[in-house]
Design a protein around this ligand. Sequence first.
Ligand code: LRH
Ligand code: MN
Ligand code: MN
Length: 424
Amino acid sequence: MKIDQQQIADLNQKHSDLHKRQLENLMAVFSGSLTEKVINKLIDFQVALPSWALGAGGTRFGRFSYGGEPGSLEQKIEDIGLVHQLTKTAGAVSLHIPWDIPEDIHAVKQLANSLGIVFDAMNSNTFQDQEGAGKSYRHGSLSSVDKAAREQAIAHNIEVIRIGEQLGSKSLTVWLADGANFPGQYNFQTVLQHTEDSLKAIYGHLPEDWKLLIEYKPYEPNFYSTVIQDWGTSFMLANACGEKAFTLVDLGHHLPNTNIEQIVATLMMKGKLGGFHFNDSKYGDDDLTVGAIKPYTLFLIFNELVYGMENNPQNPPLAWMIDASHNIKDPLEDLIQSLDAILVAYAQALLVDREALREAQQTRDVAGCQEILQEAYRTDVRPLLKEARMRSGAAVHPLEAYRSLQVRKQLIEERGMKVRATGL
Ligand code: LRH
Ligand code: MN
Ligand code: MN
């Protein structure tokens, strides 16, 4: 399925007059140089889509397909190509091995290239047993007390790096499910030491220009203890590995009410924030559409990210990815909504009057500080997003375009109702 660029241009034309008026209104409030800066930042901002989020996710209770799911890695990349064409914000894919091992690396690379998609972080998987594997991960992988299981998990990660190198990726994300379901099941210190040693072994195989991103999560699939449970543990392990290792923050991987924006600030100050998984949650690792539940929190997080990107040269550019799951929505619609919410929060954070905020903080004007943040948060930045889309050739209103071009209907006609994509 292909979208004709002319169709997007025709749809955009319909929005043109109203858009111009709305943009003028916004430009009457903010300076031209500021709005121009924001528009350019929005055009440049690219978020990777994970290869496992293009099919229906489901829960352990059931799964509801919506038809037209991609049945191969190539089709997943084609789906990302569609989202990218409509938004011009999804110019990267993050692969999960072994869910999406490329059979013909050269062909997959060429396809991605033709759609303007690069290969962002590679994800290893030692949370499921693989067919034919000698060792089971039932009792852990990189942390296991079984040396052979650890070695198998290390070898898998090295293999993922090798595949990633051929694709042009520059980072490996390790999320470890290793943990315990019951008190006493393992010795905390032993498993942490094994994990550190295993990560160091993987780090030893990391190419010079690569990063190791260590993701943390407090619980699930284990419900008493997780070895890499929080940012502190990840940070400590990243420091133990070396300067190419960083912490990865997944928004859903925190206990309720955790101050994620403060974690972001701390890690960026130390130059150790390497990657970011976007989603939203009400209760736990719900993997809901970005911005669907706590948009103000998302803005506050972006406020720290923008501050860090402007003030912390010691922190490298981040690997951005959407890590959401789609139970009842069309995944492509859900991803388009998430991308929109990310750009809204980013644009609002870029509008924060930093000089005034610093001044208000110095003079201990508490109410003033709050006003400055909320002034930016309450700004309707959508005309800036629309302008960025107009300029980059995306659809001004991507979801509306996706629907009026009947993308899902065409995918169902091409692929049928029954295909099941690999993933969670
Ligand atoms: C863990 C996680 C991790 C990925 C993905 C499949 O919950 O967020 O980032 O491995 O799910
Ligand atoms: Mn994640
Ligand atoms: Mn998760």
